[in-house]
Design a protein around this ligand. Structure first.
Ligand code: SF4
Ligand code: SF4
Length: 455
C-alpha cells in the first residue's frame, strides 16, 4: 500500500517555468525508415511529409539544432493528434508523442510570452477544466439548455445554424447532462465477499475525471459497482482535480504539473493500492506524471510511485482476476480502441477479455479499430476539418449489425456519438464497464428470479 509521504508545498519552483524542449536522445533515434507513415491519420489524409511522424520529428530536430525557426514547426506540431499510432509501429522506439508534447510546451512558452495564445483555449484549460466546481456549473447550465426548452427553441428558429458545423455536430451528439454528478456522498458499495482470496481487499482510488464526472456520471457509477463486485474497496478522494492531460496536449505543462501535484497528494494521502481510471486519456497522462515532474526535486519520487500504481479499469479487473458475470446479454457489439488505451498504454486485450466473458455478447471487430476517431482531447475544436474527416471514416467502419460500439474514453464517446447522429445511425455508444455492469445486473436479476418463491 502506498504511504503518504510528507505532503509539502505544491508551489512550483519559478525556475521550472521554462521547459527544456525536446530531448536530442529521443529525436536522434529516428532512422527515417518511414514505417510510421502509413499508420499516421494526418498523413493518410494529407499525404504531406510535414504532417507525418517522420516529418514532424525532423522539424523538431531542425528547430532544436537552430536551423529552422520555432514558428515553422508550429502548424505541423499542433496538427498532430498525439494519437501515438506511430509509436506502435516504430522499430527504433522514437517517442513521437513525448517529442510532440515537449515541442508544444516550448511553443506554448513563446506564445504565452508574446501573448499570442488563444484566449478561448486558455480560458477553457485554466479557467474551466482546472476548476471542478466551474466545470460542474457549466454542466448544470448545459443541462438547463438541453431540458428547459431552450434547445428546442434554438433548433426551431434555426439559431444553431449560426454555429460552425463541427460545433453543431458536437452539440447534437452530447449526452443529456445527468441531474447529478456521480453520487459518491452515499456510502460506497462494500466489496463482494470472495471465496478465492484470504487477504484484505485491494483498495483502489477512483479518478472521477472532469468530463466523465459531468457528462457520464452513469459510467462512474457503473465503474464503482463493478470494482466492488470484484472484491475490491473503492475510495474517491474528494480533493482530486483534472488529470492535466488536456493541458499537456495543449503544451501548458506548467498547469499540468500543478494539477498533477494536487492529485498525487490527494491519492497518496488516501493510502490506496492502486489509482484507477475509466478514461484512457487520464490513464495515459497519470502514468506519465513521473516524467512530467522529473525536474521537481520535491515531487519526482512521489510522481514515479504514483504513476506505477495507475491502472485503467479494464487493466485492474484482468490483473486482479475478475468474475465472469453469470448474467446473459444477447447483443452484437463492436469495439473502438481509444488511442490512449491501445497506443499509449498498450491495452488491447483486457477490454476484449471483459467483453467476451459476457455470455451472449458477440464481439464483431471493426476494421482499423485503432485508428483515431478525431476526438484527441480538444482537437475536434481546434482542427475541426481533419477531426470530421477522421470521424466520418470511423463511423463508416462501425459494422451495421453491431447494436453498440464500445470504448474506454469519454472524448471518443462524445465524438462517436456526434458522428453516429450526423450519419443518422442508431448504434448505441457504451463504455466497456457499462456493458460489464449490465451483465452483473442481469446476473442479480436472474438470481433474484430463481430464488423467488414459486407459485
Ligand atoms: S518509424 Fe520511427 S524511425 Fe522510422 S521514420 Fe517513423 S519515427 Fe522515424
Ligand atoms: S501521434 Fe498520431 S497524428 Fe501524430 S505523428 Fe504520430 S501517428 Fe501521426
Amino acid at each position: 500500500m502506498l504511504k503518504p509521504e510528507e505532503l509539502t508545498d505544491r508551489s512550483t519552483d519559478q525556475t521550472m517555468k521554462m521547459f527544456a524542449g525536446p530531448d536530442p536522445d529521443e529525436y536522434s533515434k529516428c532512422v527515417h525508415c518511414g514505417f510510421c507513415l502509413e499508420v499516421c491519420p494526418t498523413y493518410q489524409q494529407l499525404s504531406d511529409e510535414n504532417h507525418s511522424p517522420r516529418g514532424r520529428v525532423f522539424l523538431i530536430k531542425q528547430v532544436a539544432e537552430g536551423t529552422l525557426p520555432l514558428e515553422a514547426a508550429e502548424d505541423p506540431v499542433f496538427a498532430c493528434l498525439d494519437c501515438r499510432a506511430c509509436e506502435t509501429v516504430c522499430p527504433s522506439g522514437v517517442p513521437v508523442g513525448h517529442l510532440i508534447e515537449m515541442s508544444r510546451g516550448q511553443i506554448h512558452d513563446v506564445r504565452t510570452q508574446a501573448q499570442k495564445q488563444s484566449r478561448r483555449e486558455r480560458w477553457m484549460l485554466r479557467g474551466l477544466f482546472s476548476h471542478p466546481r466551474r466545470l460542474r456549473l457549466a454542466g448544470g447550465l448545459l443541462r438547463f439548455y438541453q431540458l428547459s426548452g431552450l434547445r428546442r427553441a434554438a433548433r426551431a428558429v434555426g439559431a444553431l445554424k449560426l454555429l460552425p458545423r463541427h460545433l453543431q455536430e458536437i452539440e447534437a451528439g452530447l449526452p443529456t447532462v445527468p441531474s447529478r454528478r456521480s453520487d459518491f456522498s452515499l456510502p460506497l458499495p462494500v466489496p463482494a465477499p470472495s471465496d478465492h482470496r484470504s487477504t484484505q481487499p485491494v483498495r483502489v482510488g477512483l479518478l472521477t475525471g472532469c468530463v466523465m464526472d459531468v457528462l457520464f456520471a452513469d459510467v462512474n457509477d457503473a465503474t464503482v459497482r463493478v470494482i466492488a463486485r470484484n472484491h475490491m474497496t473503492v475510495v474517491v478522494p474528494k480533493g482530486q482535480v483534472c488529470c492535466g492531460a488536456l493541458h499537456v496536449h495543449a503544451g501548458d505543462r506548467e498547469e499540468a504539473q500543478a494539477l498533477a501535484r494536487r492529485n498525487i497528494d490527494e491519492f497518496l494521502g488516501s493510502q490506496v493500492d492502486f489509482v484507477v481510471t475509466n478514461s484512457a486519456g487520464c490513464g495515459a497522462a497519470m502514468k506519465e506524471y513521473g516524467d512530467l515532474l522529473r525536474d521537481d526535486p520535491v515531487y519526482r519520487e512521489k510522481a514515479q510511485a504514483f504513476s506505477a500504481v495507475v491502472r485503467d479499469i479494464s487493466e485492474i479487473l484482468v490483473e486482479q482476476g475478475f468474475d465472469a458475470p453469470a448474467g446473459r446479454l444477447d447483443r452484437q457489439v463492436t469495439y473502438h480502441d481509444a488511442c490512449h488505451l491501445c497506443h499509449a498504454q498498450r491495452i488491447r486485450e483486457q477490454p476484449r477479455q471483459l467483453l467476451t466473458a459476457i455470455e451472449g455478447v458477440d464481439l464483431i471487430e471493426m476494421p482499423d479499430s485503432e485508428r483515431c476517431c478525431g476526438s484527441a482531447g480538444v482537437y475536434n475544436l481546434t482542427h475541426p476539418d481533419m477531426a470530421r474527416q477522421l470521424l466520418d471514416r470511423k463511423i463508416t467502419d462501425i459494422p451495421e449489425q453491431a447494436s453498440a460500439v464500445v470504448m474506454g474514453n469519454p472524448g471518443c464517446m462524445i465524438q462517436i456519438r456526434a458522428g453516429l447522429a450526423a450519419h443518422g445511425r442508431s448504434t448505441t455508444v457504451l463504455h466497456t464497464v457499462q456493458l460489464l455492469d449490465m451483465a452483473y445486473q442481469a446476473e442479480m436479476a436472474e438470481a433474484q428470479a430463481s430464488s423467488a418463491p414459486k407459485r
